[in-house]
Design a protein around this ligand. Structure first.
Ligand code: CA
Length: 424
């Protein structure tokens, strides 16, 4: 499929069997291939041209397309905003894996990739013109055979600036290279192109297939072409014309002189001899160096979780937290036990004199120094001092009254001990 596309779209040739030039056309489109397809015309480099590899169709792009072109190309198999690229590789570093820049222009964080398109031009081409159209996210510097042509930003159709005189100044027979320095400022990164190169020559241009490896050295020069055939004898002895130059070979030897003509009037010149045969092709050059390494394969599946490790050592105690707000007042608790009697307080201030009390009962009426006589059986009274005692015989009057009743006829005296107290 890819080879068919390459054959049909890249190169339109008109062959010529004779030595006069015909119109030739080389047309390159990047790209209308499906997403993930390798662009057969361009090669990419992420190391400033040290090595070159494939470029990829990355599908549509938010920028406007070039007329007649629908897909975009990137050196990386991604545009920088997917979780994995077109080859299934997980994207963990968009800058390294997709060429995605991370800053605006001039921030110093741009990423750069290079693209090149190579083709061979025949010898002796004329009337050359190039229609070069490119889109770049975000900036492209365009070179032809290392000669700077233009800088484009976003969609810029570099068209019409490359006049035949400019093109003829930079184009050359043999290998030619168009380069694009692609600088990205962030987000998506891709480029798009449509190149039409027309000229007149006896043969067309030949594309160097992408990722074909470096160019081999030139082969040795082919052998000289055969000598041109002798010119036909001139009717009147004129020399025959030189043989035609062999293609790519050394000049053919001069044709042999024609035979002398007969005397007489000169005849007309003989017809030109046929062209000499083409020289043999040069030996094939040595094989090119190996192409750049392929893209990294997809990441493997995640491994199973490992066993739980041993418990780590206890951490240090954290610092005390800030004091909390004062909580609401709690419920009243049960009454506590009676406390111990406290020390005697200081003497209080003398109170006011109380009101006069009620009149008390009448006292005993004895003044200090008065004597009080009490029988020995009575307890000592308060407020008195005992002075002494004595015995006294008392007449029993009660017994005389009883005698009048006739029951008791004999009186009896009472002997008692009297204690004498004195009022204090
Ligand atoms: Ca961008």
């Amino acid at each position: 499929m890819k080879n068919i596309h390459w054959f049909m779209c890249v190169l339109i040739l008109t062959f010529s069997q004779v030595a006069h030039a015909d119109p030739q056309l080389l047309e390159l489109v990047g790209t209308d291939l499906p997403i993930g397809a390798i662009d057969p015309y361009s090669e990419g480099s992420t190391d400033n041209g040290l090595t070159w590899g494939e470029t990829y169709s990355v599908g549509t792009h938010p920028f406007a397309d070039l007329p007649g072109v629908t897909g975009w190309v990137n050196v990386y198999p991604c545009q920088g905003n997917e979780f994995e690229d077109l080859l299934g590789v997980e994207i963990t570093d968009p800058g390294a894996q997709c060429g995605q820049g991370v800053g605006p222009q001039g921030s110093g964080l741009e990423t750069v990739s290079w693209i090149r398109i190579r083709f061979y031009m025949p010898y002796n081409f004329t009337n050359t013109s190039m229609n070069l159209q490119m889109n770049a996210d975000n900036q492209g510097d365009v070179y032809l055979n290392d000669e700077f042509l233009a800088t484009i930003e976003g969609q810029t159709q570099v068209d019409g600036n490359f006049t035949p005189s400019v093109i003829s100044q930079h184009l050359k027979p043999g290998l030619n290279t168009i380069k694009l320095k692609l600088t990205d400022w962030g987000g998506l990164v891709a480029f798009q192109y449509h190149i039409s190169l027309s000229f007149d020559a006896i043969s067309g241009a030949t594309l160097v297939p992408a990722a074909a490896g470096p160019e081999g050295p030139a082969g040795p020069q082919g052998p000289a072409g055969n000598d041109g055939a002798d010119g036909a004898d001139g009717a009147d002895g004129a020399d025959g014309a030189d043989g035609a130059q062999g293609l790519a070979g050394a000049d053919g030897a001069d044709g042999a002189d024609g035979a002398d003509g007969a005397d007489g009037a000169d005849g007309a010149d003989g017809a030109q001899g046929p062209a000499g045969a083409d020289g043999a092709a040069g030996a094939q050059g040595p094989a090119g160096a190996d192409g750049a390494a392929g893209a990294q394969g997809p990441a493997g599946a995640d491994g199973a979780d490992g066993a739980q490790g041993p418990q780590g050592p206890a951490g240090n105690d954290g610092s005390d937290g800030a004091d909390g707000n004062t909580g609401p007042q709690g419920y009243t608790g049960p009454q506590g036990p009676t406390g111990d009697t406290g020390p005697q307080g200081p003497q209080g201030i003398q109170g006011n004199q109380g009101s006069q009390g009620a009149t008390g009962p009448q006292g005993e009426g004895l003044m200090s120094g008065s004597l009080l006589f009490l029988p020995e059986s009575e307890p000592a009274p308060a407020g008195y001092t005992r002075l002494g005692s004595y015995k006294q015989e008392l007449k029993n009057k009660k017994s005389k009254k009883s005698n009048k009743s006739g029951k008791s006829n004999k009186s009896k005296n009472l002997n008692i001990t009297i204690i004498v107290y004195q009022r204090d």
